[in-house]
Design a protein around this ligand. Structure first.
Ligand code: FAD
Ligand code: SF4
Ligand code: SF4
Length: 376
């Protein structure tokens, strides 16, 4: 790599700034920051910035999930693309689960699948660290955490509806904690970044060789933290410090507060404030993960768990399956697979419409979409 005569043969951080970050297409995953071998990037206000002179090696650009076609990554991960009869991606098994441990149920978002799985995998030594999203200095501000034991995992339970540079945490786990068997939990776009890091031509092996498991969460969108805070505190008079839990169910943004009545905000009124990158994101069910987990498909208080790869199947078995969880087949519960299919198709359709609109109006698109037809 490098500069060849007057021809620029490598894309560097400046290209990320121009093609992705300044176009509101950055997902704030932290992959570029983590991969930079010269440590010249950092996350500032949810996006990467350069803090020192760039060495122009281009590692950052080639980790960015916005530079690669998800279909190409699907082929690299699964050896093929999902067929028309696989509307929410390739998988081997699917369950609806509920954690048995009361302390997990008291803290978790839905059925405690993520927390139960990670707590067990850490306790049995199957993994030696996990990267999750906990809270930063401000209430409900997402921050990447390297978690090492059950207490750490419990502290990260629950959904934060902003982004937390989860892959930046991977660098800490490897460089500061010397961990070698790491599970990473992330949104579908963060899992996409991890897969590009693992399988791309410019893979930062010193980080990716230590990833044992990628757990993806179902996702319909996230809000910039400062914007979410401004809307909830300014418009709805909801103090974030009083919030016990956020949730999205049946078209409502639900806000549970300590010793105060629950508040509901119609999701429709919040949708326009999501990140620009979420508006063109087609992946609901984290189709590139080893294990995908979400609420859709299961009744309230349970989690849907899709085991997609051999690594995902092995991890679920290692975690003790029915010992740790009450496990049901998804066919036994309502609403079942139809709900995952419906959400996946809806998200894909909304993204396609937005991509078409941006093409017509000459608005920015992620680099992977620039020379391609709109994905179906
Ligand atoms: C932004 C976002 C949007 C979602 N939207 C939907 C949806 O539309 N439909 C649906 O069915 N499910 C959605 N989910 C998934 C759902 O909220 C739960 O995460 C999932 O059902 C697992 O529940 P659980 O009880 O097993 O989680 P828990 O055991 O409580 O564990 C939660 C895990 O989520 C991680 N996490 C929390 N916030 C974030 C974040 N911002 N980024 C990355 N990781 C995070 C935590 O680190 C922890 O590992 C969404 C999740 C996120 C993060
Ligand atoms: S999407 Fe991730 S890799 Fe791309 S510029 Fe943003 S933080 Fe960096
Ligand atoms: S909607 Fe897509 S881009 Fe937005 S946070 Fe979710 S997975 Fe990432």
């Amino acid at each position: 790599m490098g500069l060849g005569g007057s021809e620029l043969v490598v894309k560097i951080f400046g290209h990320l700034l121009k093609d992705v970050i300044r176009n509101d297409l950055c997902i704030g995953c932290g992959a570029c920051v983590a991969a930079c071998p010269s440590y010249v990037l950092r996350i500032f206000g949810e996006v990467p910035v350069m803090k020192e002179y760039c060495h122009r090696d281009g590692f950052c650009y080639h980790q960015c999930p916005q530079t690669v076609d998800p279909k190409e990554l699907e082929r690299r991960v699964f050896g093929r693309n999902a067929g028309r009869d696989e509307p929410f991606g390739i998988y081997r098994q699917v369950f609806s689960v509920k954690a048995r441990a009361p302390d997990i149920l008291a803290r978790c978002q839905d059925g405690g699948a993520v927390t139960g799985l990670l707590a067990e995998l850490l306790e049995t030594g199957y993994i030696d660290a996990a990267i999750e999203i906990g809270t930063g200095d401000l209430p409900w501000q997402p921050a990447p955490k390297v978690v090492l034991d059950r207490d750490d995992v419990l502290a990260c339970a629950g959904t934060k509806y902003s982004r937390g540079a989860v892959i930046f945490g991977l660098r800490d786990a490897v460089d500061l904690y010397m961990r070698e068997q790491i599970a990473v939990v992330g949104t579908p776009c963060e899992i996409k970044a991890l897969r590009q890091m693992q399988t791309g031509e410019h893979s930062p092996y010193r980080l990716t060789d230590n990833i044992k498991l990628c757990i993806g969460l179902f996702c319909r969108g996230t809000w910039p933290y400062a914007r979410l805070r401004r809307i909830l505190e300014g418009q709805y008079r909801i103090n974030l410090a009083e919030v016990a839990k956020f949730d999205i169910k049946r078209g409502q943004f639900l806000i549970y507060r300590h010793r105060k009545p629950k508040r509901m905000v119609p999701l429709k009124s919040m949708r326009k404030f999501v990140y620009g990158s979420c508006k063109v994101c087609p992946d609901f069910a984290a189709e590139l993960a080893d294990i995908s987990i979400g609420a859709a498909g299961s009744p309230l208080g349970r989690s849907t768990v899709l085991l997609r790869t051999p690594a995902g199947v092995e991890a679920f078995e290692q975690a003790g399956g029915g010992r740790v969880f009450d496990v049901k087949s998804l066919e036994e519960v309502k609403p079942g697979a139809e709900a995952i299919e419906m959400n996946s198709k809806l998200k894909r359709r909304i993204a396609q419409e937005e991509i078409e609109r941006r093409r017509k109006e000459g608005e920015p698109l992620p680099p992977w979409l620039l020379e391609k037809p709109t994905p179906t």
